[in-house]
Ligand binder design. Sequence first.
Ligand code: ADP
Ligand code: MG
Length: 559
Amino acid sequence: NATAETRQFEAEVAQVLHLVTHSLYSHKEIFLRELISNASDACDKLRFEAIANPELMAGGGELHIDVSFDKDARTITIADNGIGMSRDEVVANIGTIASSGTRRFLAAMANEQKADARLIGQFGVGFYSAFVVADKVTVLTRRAGASASEGVKWESDGQGEYTLEAVELAERGTTVVLHLKADEDEFLSDWKLRSLVHRYSDHVAFPIRMPKDAGTEDDTATGDWETINAASALWTQPKSEISDEDYQSFYKSLGHDFNDALAWSHNRVEGNQSFTTLLYLPSQPPFDLMMGGRDERKGLKLYIKRVFVMDAAEELLPNYLRFVRGVVDADDLPLNVSRELLQHNRQLERIKASCTKRVLDLIESLANNEPEKFATFIKAFGNTLKEGIGEDTANRERIAKLLRFASTKGDAGKQTVSLDDYIGRMQEGQDTIWYITAESYAAAAGSPQLEAFKAKGIEALLMFDRIDEWMLGYLQEYDGKKLQSVAKGELPLDEAAKQQHEEAAKAAEPLVAKLKELLGDRVNEVRVSARLTDSPSCLALSDFDMAPHFARLMREAGQ
Ligand code: ADP
Ligand code: MG
């Protein structure tokens, strides 16, 4: 008998709704994946809370997700018996935007007419995708542990307002009813819904059920449900029994990605500490990767004995591997572990080191065996990987081995030359890896600093990514060879050249003196250089100067 209360969506929600409904029409069907994924999260949460509070599970039987439709009413219903929501939680979770990831997403999309569906998919804007196919959505929910009278009914047409009402609900959990738009009848089909569940949600770890008789003429449910997904934790199965297709479909539901994963690594470690890891490399970067963005809820999911505990990417992987998606299932961690405890947990440290090693192994195997995939990887994540040179001292050499650069002996601007390639081409007596940093490939490749190197046939790596200068600060040596900028230091000369250079310097003394006088304080020194062959002059740095590109970056940053 409580009256319905009408509320406004937060401004940003209206924005998300607008973006989602106008961008996703070519991927409409992901609403089902998103709603099933929420139902699965709700079951995960209940299972986890029930460890400390077993009475939460009382009544309601096995955790499951039910999908059904009603042709006459033109509705699709997704119901779970998971954790459910209280009235406050409904308001907080589906009337506002809680996720920092979504906020970043909005900021980035602010100027787009039509957001890239792929990005939206990666973001898993989740619940709101219901409004792509529905013009009215009803949510009925009751928090586990709450009484039947504490049910909540939420309803909205997705136009800026929603209503809230107290209702009597016999069971815990959440039921989402989609009232389909006029032209969305294709989803009112048993075959269609089943195939979508198979495509996107087969590896959800809870049973997804549909009415047995839904395909027949008279589709009033008889109460008989059948499970239509694999409903098992994929990573717990033996590798030999998992097909590539299974791995890919699990990746897509895990990573909210439309695209296939590039590669994966699935391992079981047995010993005094046992755990399973299933780690994926995506094939494309999320849009905010280089903004240093790290969506706390995208990355690695930590399970303990198959119970989902929390998203724990930061605890399980270093930041420079933040593009990795996957699952870690540990046997020996206490289930009541908190995030605070995780941050200082020795066992977890070991798992983290193991995940890091697995990912580097995986990238290395691509480099050695699958050049095309490796090239895709480098294009997507090469710059992120470079952060590891500074961040992960222990693995610096391994990471450096994986990096690829453009070079004076490479293929134009393509970043394909490894440090090992470079070393393999070093000239006799050369003990330095030379490089140049600049704003762009063209600026690096065309620099007069390189003339003498080119004339002598000495290769130089061409660095023009924003992060390179920072990275080189940590990469002073590789395989016992010094890395040095061509703008610093002196090119080593052989005896004949040395003599020639000295003579030239002597002959030019009056000119040098005159230039010094003219330039005054603006330079430290004017000298005859051996580094030029065609250009008459260039600016050089002493060993302790900041590279010009870096100095510019610092100025831009207001330093
Ligand atoms: P996300 O799943 O990424 O958090 P969504 O938009 O999909 O974002 O869902 C928003 C929030 O609404 C969820 O985080 C959850 O708290 C709540 N929610 C959605 N569906 C359910 C459900 N079936 N049971 C319980 N809570 C839910
Ligand atoms: Mg969701």
